[in-house]
Write a protein that binds this ligand. Sequence first.
Ligand code: ARG
Length: 283
Amino acid sequence: MSREETSLRRDATPRRYLMCPPAHFGVSYSINPWMDPAKPVDPQLALTQWEDLCDRYLSLGHTVELLDPRPGLPDMVFAANGATVVDGRVLGASFAYPERAAEAVAHLEWFRENGYTEILEPTHVNEGEGDFAVTDSWILAGKGFRSSPLSHSEAQEFFGRPVIGLDLVDPRYYHLDTALSVLDGDEVMYYPGAFSPGSRAVLRRLFPDALLATEEDAAALGLNAVSDGRHVLLPQQALGLFGPLRDRGFEPIGMDLGELLKGGGSVKCCTQELRPAPAGTAD
Ligand code: ARG
C-alpha cells in the first residue's frame, strides 16, 4: 500500500520553545565523551548554526523565547537541560556537575520574570528535558548518568503524570534525549543499545511500533531531534532516519549543528519546549 492509500496525514501544532544563543559556548571542561577541550571550536560558526535552527522554528510558525546567555556558562546553549515545563508547570533543574549549576538559577529567574507561578525548585538532581521526555500518556525519564532516580518520583508527584524510569547504559548517550525522541502523541524513535535490557523491554511494551535507530544514526546524535507532530528537525548526518520518518508521514529536516556537537548536543539539547496549561485551566 502506498503512503497515499494509507493516507497517513501528520499535522504540525505550533510550539513555544525556549532557547539560549551560544554567545559564550566553548568546550573548556569535559563532562561527557563528546567533549574534548583540546579540539578547537569556531564560536562564529556555532552561532550561525544555532541561528539557522532558531530561524527554522520561526519559519515553521513556532514561537522562540530567548534566555540571556551568561558568561562562564559555556553549556548554557543547551537550554533543554534548564527545566521541564508540562501543563504550564515548571520543574526546575538541578545539575549533576558544578560547572553547570548556575544555569538552573538563570532558568528559574526567566520563568519567574515571564509570568510562571507554578514552579518547583527540585530537591533531587534532574537535568530537565535532557532526561525527561513527554508523550501524551507518560513522562519517560532517563537515569544512569545524570538525573537521580529520585527525581522521577519528584516529577511524577509535581506533574501528576505517570513517570516511566529508563536506565541509560552507554556513556555516549548520557541523557535520554540523546537516545530517544518523541515524534507525536505516544510515538517515539529510539536507539535500543543505549538502554539496559529491562528498559528495552519496557520500551518495546509501551511502543511496539517505535522507529528503531541504528547505531550509526544514534552516533550522529540523530535522536536528538525535535518534532512538532509533522516536521522533525534532526542532525543532518543521521541519514538513515530520513526514509523511515518519511514512510511514517513525517517531514525530516536536516540541520547542521556540528560545532555544538563538540559539546555533546544537537537540535533537542538547544530547545526546551514550553508546554502550555491545558485550554480552560490557565490561571
Ligand atoms: N555539554 C553538555 C553536558 O554534557 C551537553 C548537554 C546536552 N544537552 C542535552 N539535552 N542532551 O551537560
